[in-house]
Design a protein around this ligand. Structure first.
Ligand code: SAM
Ligand code: SF4
Length: 337
């Protein structure tokens, strides 16, 4: 394709002039952990036959890249629990125009999958870890084994991805005393970390989200007691604001939906495991892409049109309010967090 042709290509641009260049795809809503802020204890999952097939995921990802999406993240639920998911990475990893193929995972299966992911073309990897303490991990994930995630992180480091980042949700009086330990852990390994404020997605009864709120500003203040944090100009096309840690190689990010609204620069859409394209994390506007791909098994034109038209209903922003019942009844795991 010539430079002119590529410039004239149809792109996904919404009513507010925001260009959508980032697609997050959920491979499954199921998970081998039950993090207390993400899921309720007993979850009802989508019946397997309602999930997009792996081929349908590839079709949608390929069409999105043809429409100018240059970054895809595969997430879930736990994406690495979906049988055959590596084939999706292998297919997407070959697409011209896709600059960044990434995954968010809880790390429990990474010992086995880190190298195949790297070989498939995965550039960067986010691994969720909220504590370094065995018993606390068990409590926060409702019975998870920390050893699996820690050895998964080691395997990812060995596979030599372009970047590895931990995702950490801090809950007041549950793990806020570990912020400095986690900082030391990433610094020693030369990897990054993002602290995420808990979001009111889905009804949970395990704790009161308003009471467990621990702001990014507080986390920054805690870190600055012992370390220097220098605002970095790095942008990953996401809502994270980055800081350089002690002038070393590690970066610290903050995702703060409550204290900083990041909607103005939103460049992303999400695809649920059943093929619902969600135009905003905090709103219900969506398009059923599964219906479109199944009605047109051999022709991607209707899928292309559906993606372009979805831009007309991308809302201006989210409306998270902590101390009210959630407006969004989807859990993060079914949204594709
Ligand atoms: N299972 C994978 C993992 O844990 O990395 C991928 C899916 S998980 C839903 C993606 C991210 O969402 C994780 O980093 C998790 O900590 C975060 N998350 C889940 N529920 C959340 C909530 N209510 N508020 C903020 N972050 C949440
Ligand atoms: Fe599973 Fe990830 Fe949700 Fe934890 S945050 S329950 S690992 S989907």
């Amino acid at each position: 394709m010539t430079a002119k042709e590529s410039k004239n290509k149809t792109q996904l641009i919404d009513r507010f002039g925001r260009k959508v260049s980032y697609l997050r795809m959920s491979a499954t809503d199921r998970c081998d952990l039950r993090c207390v802020y993400c899921m309720s204890e007993d979850m009802t999952f989508v019946p397997r036959e309602q999930l997009l097939t792996l081929e349908e995921m590839i079709r949608i990802g390929t069409t999105a890249v043809d429409l100018g999406v240059n970054k895809i993240r595969i997430t879930g639920g736990e994406p690495l629990t979906r049988t055959g998911i590596i084939s999706v990475f292998q297919a997407l990893g070959k697409l011209e125009g896709l600059d960044d193929l990434t995954i968010t995972t809880n790390g429990t299966q990474l010992e086995r999958f880190a190298q195949p992911l790297k070989d498939a073309g995965v550039t960067r990897i986010n691994i969720s870890l909220d504590t370094l303490q065995k018993d606390r991990f068990k409590e926060l994930t409702r019975n998870g084994k920390i050893e699996k995630t820690l050895s998964g992180i080691d395997a990812a480091i060995k596979a030599n991805f372009k970047a590895i980042k931990l995702n950490t949700v801090i809950l007041k009086n549950r793990n806020d005393d570990e912020i400095l330990d986690l900082i030391q852990y990433v610094e020693e390994r030369g990897i990054d970390i993002s602290f995420i404020e808990e979001m009111p997605l889905g009804v949970i009864t395990e704790h009161d989200r308003a009471e467990s709120y621990y702001s990014s500003e507080q986390i920054k203040a805690d870190i600055r007691q012992q370390h220097s944090l220098i605002r970095s100009s790095d942008k990953t096309g996401g809502p994270s604001r980055y800081y350089q840690l002690n002038q070393g190689s590690s970066r610290v990010g903050f995702i703060s939906p409550h204290s900083h609204n990041f909607c103005d620069s939103c460049n992303r859409v999400r695809l649920t495991a059943e093929g619902r394209l969600l135009l905003c994390l905090g709103q219900e506007h969506s398009v059923d892409l599964r219906r479109v791909v199944r009605a047109n098994p051999l022709d991607d034109t209707p899928l292309r049109h559906a993606l372009i038209q979805s831009m007309d209903i991308k809302p201006k922003g989210h409306e998270f309010i902590l101390d009210e019942q959630p407006l969004i009844f989807r859990h993060m795991s079914s949204t594709g967090g």
